[in-house]
Design a protein around this ligand. Structure first.
Ligand SMILES: *Cc1c(COP(=O)(O)O)cnc(C)c1O
Length: 406
């Protein structure tokens, strides 16, 4: 690379990614093949439109690449229709909303503090500005979804669209219950599986398309372990046409065909026994990780996890804020994100919780023992709540991952 400034920073980031224990639940490490495709000459090509219906010449190979991505995605999700052009998870949602709704329509999604995403109707997001949004919460006692109270709220509010799916919810989502609620109020149902897409593909979480969900949106870079991007799926032909129109020309121009090629590669990788085994390990690791926190006396939201992530209430458990917990762990080379917990009294920028996830370190080869050892260190760091002590744990943290780097 000729640009020395950028090269230097990429190399710095490369070292950071190798030396830090990555526990951010939405991050992962992609394969060399995915990286190669993202860095390929495909970025040079304009291809507005869809395979065999483009607004630019010279798309014969691009068409085959995008068709492969579509076909592989349909196969792994057992879906009839797929759009692979969304630039991100947020744009997949924006596209799906444009296909299903008119400005001003009512939508209902999970609140941010209960574990939902900004794009599910939060006021600072376009989803909260273009549509009339009302949020549902998790149950105040169990911190799990309570389908009866969501039904009662939906009957009152009468949304045109119900959004299910989350960014910080550690339990199985019952798509069938959501379908019943949507049917009772005559709403469309959208499942945003951005976090759990990999689990669905590997049969570690039910597939919303098996329960008659109208539209499924997702990212491709979280548990699915592909390039940064979004996808939209449906089994309804009429909706599929509306979705294609909404994505292009509705909200996007030229698709990122280098990213779409990388998506195709990732979908191929996800269609293997190795990937199923990987996801099984992700979930086993998360279970062991959460259990060890509980053994050590910490409060884990919902007392455990069914998936790849969980939240620790660090305010109640250790009398520190999420922000402080994040800062302390960074000193020990551990990267997490502070996160609000259900009904959090602190703002999202301080927060009472920390979100822990296992997808990235499981890709690096970590097993349950490694996570248990790490939990003991994290617990001590939180209990001691001292910068110098946290700094001193770096060596032990590095020791856990060392065998995977040799
Ligand atoms: C991560 C996430 C998104 C957004 O993905 P981006 O690619 O960051 O735009 C949308 N919905 C949910 C539930 C997510 O967790």
């Amino acid at each position: 690379m000729k640009d020395q400034k950028i090269l230097h920073l990429i190399n710095k980031e490369k070292t950071r990614q190798r030396e830090y224990v990555e526990l951010i639940a939405s991050e992962n490490y992609v394969s060399a093949d995915v990286l190669e495709a993202v860095g390929s000459i495909l970025t040079n090509k304009y291809a507005e439109g869809y395979p065999n219906a483009r607004y630019y010449g010279g798309c014969e190979f691009i068409d085959q690449i995008e068709q492969l991505a579509i076909d592989r995605l349909k196969k792994i999700f057992n879906a009839k229709f797929a759009n692979v052009q969304s630039h991100s998870g947020s744009q997949a949602n924006q596209g799906a909303y444009m296909a299903l709704l008119n400005p001003g329509d009512k939508i209902m999604g999970m609140s941010l503090t209960s574990g939902g995403h900004l794009t599910h109707g939060f006021k600072v997001s376009s989803s909260g500005q273009f549509y009339q949004a009302q949020a549902y919460e998790v149950d105040p006692k169990t911190h799990e979804l309570n389908y009866e109270t969501i039904l009662a709220q939906a009957l009152k509010f009468k949304p045109k669209l119900i959004i299910c799916g989350a960014s910080a919810y550690s339990r199985i989502i019952d798509w069938g219950e959501f379908r019943k609620i949507a049917d009772k109020v005559g709403a469309y149902l959208l499942a945003d599986v951005a976090h759990i897409a990999g689990l669905i593909v590997a049969d570690q979480h039910p597939n919303p398309l098996d329960f008659g969900v109208d539209v499924v949106t997702s990212t491709t870079h979280k548990t699915l372990r592909g390039p940064r991007g979004g996808i939209i799926l449906t089994n309804n032909e009429e909706l599929a046409k509306k979705i294609d129109k909404a994505v292009f020309p509705g909200i996007q121009g030229g698709p990122l065909e280098h990213v779409i090629a990388a998506k195709a590669i990732a979908f191929g990788e996800a269609d293997t026994k190795e990937f199923n085994q990987y996801i099984e390990n992700v979930c086993l690791n998360a279970g062991a990780f959460a259990n060890e926190f509980i053994n050590l006396g910490a409060k884990v939201i919902t007392n455990g996890t069914d998936n790849h992530l969980f939240l620790v209430d660090v305010k109640t458990s250790y009398d520190i804020t999420g922000q402080r917990a994040e800062d302390l762990l960074l000193r020990a080379n551990i990267v997490v994100n502070k996160n609000t917990i259900p009904f959090d009294k602190l703002s999202p920028s301080i927060a009472s919780g920390v979100r822990f996830g296992t997808p990235a370190m499981t890709t690096m080869g970590w097993n349950q023992d490694d996570f248990i050892k790490l939990t003991v260190i994290i617990d001590k760091i939180f209990k001691t709540n001292d910068n110098k002590f946290a700094d001193l744990q770096k060596g032990q943290v590095k020791e856990i991952g060392k065998k995977y780097h040799e």
